[in-house]
Design a protein around this ligand. Structure first.
Ligand code: CTP
Length: 442
């Protein structure tokens, strides 16, 4: 009996997949199909997969061509599977020619002609209307956003708004955008999605204008200036039936999502403490240090540690306390404590002071340590009393990470949802409330 194995993502199962499976099956007597797990796909940079693993496996099974459907979870698994299932032939589409020659040592490798004119990538693009994105604000983060958007399918950055027309025009020219404007209404009229990367004080106002006009919104942090504004924005998104995403990139990156699930799984017992820090030394005189009500370390940096705290400890603290170093009316460093019924969250943020930027989650059975820069989560360790029990987790945090928050928006739009489960309205309200909890000195 000849056994054949093949692998793939098999997202939105299509005719090309079925033809591949038919020909692979015909090579032998038994066909095993490996379907990539969600985390493995993310790890290898395949970000846009639409169907869940369960659904993709079910679709492969439903073809009636596979004798067995297994999950592919890690690099190097193929050799292991070939031995385990006593495989004679490894078959794969011709888009991979040469890439799997190394498996010839273990079995025959057959490349099958890929079916022309169909792919999951193309089908995914048709899942929702093309997102024509306009960027409000043309500063540093806006510049980083454009290359990141190239990694997300079904989106195109088409225009830029800045209240100074020259700045918008230069930006549009540099990045080859369709248009530039200093009129926000004109701006909205030409797009169906808005990325808000303007100065902090305009975030809420522009979010509301965009939602009111029926546009999907991805808003950078700080999302708003108080809790009330958060609820207003989410209510309006629901009323208009458009997607609203709070742009804290860490929330949507694969490693951080996994870390939160692991920490909550009970492996380190009950969580009693979350301690996170983020400092970034800035030169005096920069926007971030201006005493205009929109500067300072809390507003600029605390979204990240507050994200870790709210994801791990919830959004209902009993009390909180903040100790701040103020210089020229602006907090250059803050140390915060947030007390919950069974746990405490603490953080340090600083634009004018430097410290270790790690995240430690303390549990009754062990702890999770994420080294700096933990907010670009790519590696963490789970440690216990017995040092031999340490587990190490490796991921990739691709590029600047903004692709993850944009991808979340795309996913919401394609599912017709208005709000993310990954970072909810209640969690956003908690973060915004805490971010703005410092009384400024005039
Ligand atoms: N395949 C094929 N013909 C197509 C598309 C895919 O023969 N038109 C084959 C691939 O070569 C691979 C298997 O089907 O052996 C699974 O491919 P997968 O990567 O899941 O499908 P794609 O449509 O190529 O997905 P994507 O667009 O996400 O890369």
């Amino acid at each position: 009996m000849k056994s054949v194995i093949t692998y793939g993502t098999f997202d939105l199962l299509h005719y090309g997949h079925v033809r591949l499976l038919e020909r692979a099956k015909a090579l032998g007597d038994r066909l095993i199909v490996g379907v990539t797990s969600d985390s493995y796909d993310k790890e290898r940079g395949k970000l846009n997969v639409h169907d869940s693993l369960a659904r993709r496996m079910e679709a492969v099974r439903a073809t009636g061509l596979a004798d067995e459907v297994i999950v592919e979870e890690y690099e190097g698994q193929k050799i292991h599977d070939i031995r385990k299932y006593d495989i004679d032939i490894f078959a794969i589409g011709s888009d991979w020619v040469g890439k799997f020659d190394y498996l010839n040592e273990y079995c025959d490798v057959v490349y099958l002609e890929r079916t022309k004119g169909v792919s999951s990538t193309e089908l995914r693009k048709k899942e929702h209307e093309l997102l024509r994105i306009g960027i409000s604000g043309t500063g540093r983060i806006a510049r980083r956003f454009i290359p990141e958007a190239h990694f997300v399918s079904g989106v195109e950055v088409v225009g830029a708004y800045n209240k100074t027309l020259n700045h918008a025009a230069e930006f549009a020219q540099e990045f080859d955008l369709e248009f530039a404007t200093d009129n926000f209404e004109d701006f909205l009229a030409q797009v169906n999605t808005v990325y808000i990367a303007s100065p902090h004080q305009f975030h809420f106002e522009q979010t509301m204008m965009a939602l009111e006009a029926g546009k999907h919104v991805l808003c950078e942090k700080p999302f708003a200036m108080n809790e009330q504004e958060v609820h207003e924005a989410y209510s309006l998104a629901r009323e208009k039936g458009v997607a609203l995403v709070h742009g804290i990139k860490t929330a949507y990156c694969p490693a951080f999502e996994h870390l939160v699930l692991l920490a909550k799984s009970g492996r380190i017992g009950s969580i009693v403490d979350v301690d996170a820090s983020f400092t970034k030394l800035e030169k005096p005189g920069v926007r971030e240090l201006k005493n205009n009500g929109f500067g300072g370390s809390m507003l600029e940096l605390s979204a990240y540690p507050l994200l870790a705290i709210v994801k791990l400890l919830g959004e209902e603290p009993n009390r909180q306390e903040l100790f701040s170093s103020i210089k020229d009316g602006v907090d250059i460093f803050d140390r915060g404590f947030i007390e919950f019924s069974e746990a405490v969250g603490s953080f340090k943020v600083g634009l004018g002071a430097k410290t270790e930027g790690s995240l430690v989650i303390t549990g009754t059975k062990g702890y999770i340590y994420v080294p700096a820069p933990w907010w670009k989560t790519s590696y963490f360790e789970m440690r216990f009393e017995d040092a031999n029990a340490t587990r190490k987790y490796f991921y990739s945090f691709d590029g600047d990470g903004l692709r993850y928050e944009l991808l979340e928006l795309v996913n919401l739009v394609s599912k017709g949802k208005t709000e993310s489960d990954v970072l909810t309205e209640a969690e956003t309200a908690f973060i915004v409330k805490m971010q703005n909890s410092l009384e400024y000195i005039d």
